[in-house]
Every structure is written in structure tokens, then in C-alpha cells.
Design a protein around this ligand. Structure first.
Ligand SMILES: CC(=O)SCCNC(=O)CCNC(=O)[C@H](O)C(C)(C)COP(=O)(O)OP(=O)(O)OC[C@H]1O[C@@H](n2cnc3c(N)ncnc32)[C@H](O)[C@@H]1OP(=O)(O)O
Length: 419
């Protein structure tokens, strides 16, 4: 198809924004007011692409995207630390305009806009894994989904006492009370777990809202909080589905999110595999080094499916590097390839000294040329640069190993929510 001139700017028409999203995702329209449906993406963070040559449907935009103001937990002093992240979401291109560069222009706009707003990192969950790598996002955390049978045994002698001292109770709060309790709990837990993401109140109102059209005959989502010493230390969000086979209950309990330190996860998991009338517990986005694998052994789970989790793009290297701490010293000159960001592309001296990182402009000869996705992948300590080098995706230069030894973390990052 012929290319087209694409201009991206604020989306000034909420109805049109929503209509575009409905067309892209072919969802049933909801009865809730438009403002409620758009909650979690602030009005000044809704963007639309317009094409300047050719007619298009006035009720929709050729393309839309939104940004959630979020916090990302980055590796810091053996734990984590919250830093601002632009959470890219609601990306969609009208079916009549696809594969003609609308997404490409929207992502270029997003990178510029994020930089203008002084945010160094953009993150997203992708609908399809092949989309974002070519635009500079690197796969920063990976996970698996899996299923467990009812009554699964978890063997964790060193954590039994703490898990037993952890009470699990279904939340009785609703509305804003539940939103506040959930945010506070996720902030408390995620700060110690690099790769965690939390949103603002609007985001939590949006994810905790369940419209009648989406719910139909399903059980409303239940929130199970884990409490220790009077403090919320974790939670599991889940829903159950009935099923009967030959007079025997074969229900499925599907977990949507699971937060907590290892002893808390143990307490929550023991409770989740013990609900009446269930035969199967489906777990979401479980990190590759989740303690679960040590408690179970690899064969106790079924339907194990690896997936990409959080994709990270750096939009400002000198601002992003000092935000986290590092495992080893390094001093290399990187020639950064970033076609979307002239302020970013070119040679940087990347230095880590006593755990602190920085990047400064240099005219020195480059030790390695790196695509911007590589630093996004490694930023949380998860995307192994040496493995990418071995796979032929990065240049065969010693500087890649030096960078990786600085960026890597003892445990890979884990991201528990999608957005
Ligand atoms: C963070 C999020 O919100 S994830 C949600 C993403 N949205 C969706 O999946 C909704 C359904 N899909 C769509 O709306 C569109 O097909 C999009 C947004 C995925 C792509 O939009 P388009 O305008 O068609 O993309 P565009 O023409 O800019 O393509 C850019 C490049 O990405 C490639 N590409 C686009 N979509 C895909 C895909 N689904 N899989 C693999 N490659 C893709 C194109 O081939 C093109 O490659 P090239 O530069 O080598 O030629």
C-alpha cells in the first residue's frame, strides 16, 4: 500500500478515541460513561494519529495511543527503587490504515513526548511479541503461565513458620477503599521486587472496575489479602468458574495477579489451591525464578507457557543510568543506534564506578555499536546481553560482556501486572 503522511497530536475527542479502540479490539460496547471507560489514561496522555492524504471515517481516528503515569521498580542496593515510567497502552491502528506507518509515527511521537516530559523510561506489555523490538523496546522481563492441581503441596521448610503467621482473608472493601488498599499493598511489596510496576489511582480504578458487559455470568473478581503483623504484605486477585464432570466438581480458579515476598506467596498459594469445588488453579505471569519452582519441582505444574512480560525502552540514557545501582564496574564507549531520538543516538561513555552509573557524551572511538533495545532489555537486570550476543543479535565485542556484568542482577526482574 502507498505510504501516507501521518500527524500525531493530542486526541481531543473522547468519543472518537473510544470508538477507535472498540473497532481495533472488536469489543462489545460498554454502558458506562465514556469518562469512566477512559479512566487510567489521563486526558493529556491520550494521543491520536491523523492522516493528511485521503479520506477517513470521522467517527474514529486512524490510530490512537495512551500513556499511563506509572512507577517502575529498578534494581537498587540489592532491592528495588521506584522511578517514573511512561506506561504505553491503548495502542491501536484503524484496520483501514494498518501497515502504512501509523504505528511507527505514533511510537516516534511517544518517544519524543516522553523525553519532553522528563521521563527517562517507557514500558509496555505487548499484544503480539513481534511488534515493539524494531521500535527500540527491549524485552526486560519474562514469565510463564502455568496450572496447578487442587491440593498441590509446596515444600518450603525455611518459610513455613512465617507463612503460617500470615493470614489470608477476602477483602470486604469496595470502590475507592479497595483501590487505596490495593495500591498501598502493591507499592509496599513491589519496591523490593525489581521489575514491579504500579499505576496511579485512576489505573487501579480502571483495573478493578468490572462492567456488566465484561462480567456477564462470571464471578466478580475476588481480592485475597495476606496480612502479617497487622500489615498487608501481599494479595491475590482471582475469579472462579464452575465446571462439573460426571457429578464431580472440576472448577477452575484463575489468578489474575499475585504479589508478595516468598513467605507471603507461599501462604497465598496454599490458600488458592485449597478452594472448594475447584480442580485447577491457573497462575499468571510467574517469574522464571519464582520460588514456586523450588517448592514444586518443574513437573508438578502443567500448561507451562513462557511469554514476554515487560518491554522497556530508554528514551534518555544519561537520565536513566543513575536511577539504578549496578553489580560491577565498567567503562565502555557505546555508539547508540536510535533512529527515533537524535538526542539519544551516537557515542556515550558508559561508566559504572562503585555501583553508580552514568553516561556522558564522548568523541572517543566506540567499543561497541548497540541498538537502543539492548539497553532497555538489560536495564532491569534481566535481558542477558551475552545471550543476545551469542544468538547473533549483538556485535561480537568484549564491551557487551563488560556492560552485562555491570547491569545483571542476582535474580531476574519479575513483573506481576499487565497494563
Ligand atoms: C502497548 C499496547 O497497547 S500493545 C497493543 C497493540 N495493538 C494491537 O495489537 C491492536 C491490533 N493491531 C493494530 O492496531 C496494528 O496492527 C498495530 C498497532 C499492531 C500495527 O500498526 P501499523 O500502523 O499497521 O504498523 P506500522 O505500519 O507502523 O508497522 C511498523 C512495522 O511493524 C511491523 N508490524 C506491525 N504490526 C505487526 C505485528 N502485529 N507483528 C509483527 N510486525 C508488525 C510492520 O510490518 C512494520 O515493519 P517494517 O517497518 O519492517 O515494514
Amino acid at each position: 500500500m502507498a505510504s501516507q503522511t501521518v500527524v500525531v497530536d493530542r486526541a481531543d475527542d473522547d468519543e472518537r478515541f473510544l470508538a477507535t479502540d472498540l473497532l481495533v479490539w472488536f469489543d462489545e460496547p460498554e454502558s458506562a460513561p465514556t469518562a469512566t471507560q477512559l479512566e487510567g489514561v489521563p486526558p493529556d496522555q491520550r494521543f491520536a494519529a491523523r492522516v493528511e492524504d485521503g479520506a477517513h471515517d470521522p467517527a474514529t481516528y486512524p490510530g490512537i495511543y495512551g500513556v499511563r503515569p506509572m512507577q517502575l521498580s529498578v534494581p537498587y542496593a540489592g532491592g528495588g527503587r521506584w522511578v517514573p515510567m511512561a506506561g504505553l497502552t491503548w495502542v491501536g491502528v484503524h484496520p483501514d490504515h494498518r501497515r502504512r506507518g501509523v504505528l511507527t509515527e505514533m511510537l516516534r511521537h511517544h518517544v519524543e513526548q516522553t523525553h519532553r516530559e522528563g521521563v527517562a523510561v517507557s514500558g509496555l506489555h505487548a499484544s503480539e511479541a513481534a511488534i515493539y523490538g524494531r521500535h527500540g523496546w527491549g524485552l526486560a522481563s519474562q514469565s510463564t503461565t502455568l496450572s496447578l492441581g487442587r491440593g498441590t503441596t509446596f515444600t518450603a521448610p525455611g518459610l513455613d513458620e512465617t507463612a503460617a503467621a500470615t493470614t489470608t482473608r477476602l477483602a470486604t472493601e469496595t470502590g475507592d477503599d479497595l483501590v487505596r488498599r490495593t495500591i498501598e499493598c502493591e507499592q509496599r511489596v513491589g519496591e523490593h521486587q525489581p521489575g514491579s510496576v504500579v499505576g496511579d489511582e485512576g489505573y487501579y480504578r480502571a483495573v478493578l472496575r468490572e462492567s456488566p458487559e465484561r462480567l456477564r455470568d462470571k464471578e466478580p473478581r475476588r481480592m485475597l489479602f495476606a496480612v502479617r503483623d497487622g500489615v498487608d504484605v501481599g494479595l491475590a486477585a482471582f475469579r472462579r468458574t464452575h465446571k462439573w464432570e460426571q457429578h464431580r466438581p472440576q472448577g477452575t480458579l484463575e489468578v489474575h495477579a499475585l504479589f508478595g515476598d516468598p513467605a507471603t506467596r507461599l501462604a497465598l498459594l496454599r490458600r488458592l489451591v485449597d478452594f472448594d469445588l475447584m480442580a485447577t488453579v491457573k497462575l499468571p505471569e510467574t517469574a522464571l525464578d519464582d520460588p514456586l519452582w523450588s517448592w514444586l519441582g518443574p513437573r508438578a505444574a502443567s500448561d507451562v507457557l513462557p511469554a514476554d512480560n515487560l518491554w522497556v525502552r530508554l528514551v534518555d540514557l544519561p537520565a536513566a543510568l543513575p536511577l539504578r545501582s549496578y553489580a560491577a564496574d565498567c567503562d565502555v564507549v557505546v555508539d547508540l543506534v536510535d533512529p527515533y531520538a537524535p538526542w539519544h543516538a551516537g557515542r556515550w561513555r558508559v561508566v559504572v564506578d562503585a555501583g553508580e552509573g552514568r553516561a556522558e557524551r564522548t568523541d572517543a572511538a566506540a567499543d561497541v555499536e548497540l541498538p537502543v533495545w539492548a539497553l532497555g532489555a538489560a536495564y532491569l537486570g534481566g535481558g542477558n546481553l551475552l545471550a543476545h550476543q551469542r544468538a547473533g543479535l549483538l556485535p561480537d565485542a568484549p564491551a557487551v560482556g563488560e556492560l552485562w556484568r555491570a547491569f545483571r542482577t542476582d535474580l531476574p526482574p519479575a513483573t506481576a501486572i499487565g497494563f
